[in-house]
Design a protein around this ligand. Sequence first.
Ligand SMILES: [Ca+2]
Ligand SMILES: [Ca+2]
Length: 123
Amino acid sequence: MMYSLHTGTPNMKYWCSFNLSSLHCRLKMTDLENSLETIIEVFHKYAEKEGDKNKLKKSELKDLINNELSAFLGHVKDQATMDSLMETLDTDGDSECDFQEFMTFITMVIICCHDFFEHHEDE
Ligand SMILES: [Ca+2]
Ligand SMILES: [Ca+2]
């Protein structure tokens, strides 16, 4: 399975898929590689529950946040929060969150998280 890198140049994309296809990464993965694989696995675990198996509908995204990101983000209870989150993430307007759109979300979360820890290290 190939995932395009949103910000990568075409050559970077080719380089990644070429190296992935050799499956060296299966031999002994680093912590970072394991973390990246976990993101892919978690996305698919929730995306395949209902409807399109490669996209998160609003309820799937909500379950993912509440089950997998609650220590960082708390629990999302109200519909308005989910509506506006999906609206923000859904750049192609199909009312679902595909993997690229999900990665935008993960990027937002990880940057906030990084800023938070960096700020707290300074104190
Ligand atoms: Ca789905
Ligand atoms: Ca979408």
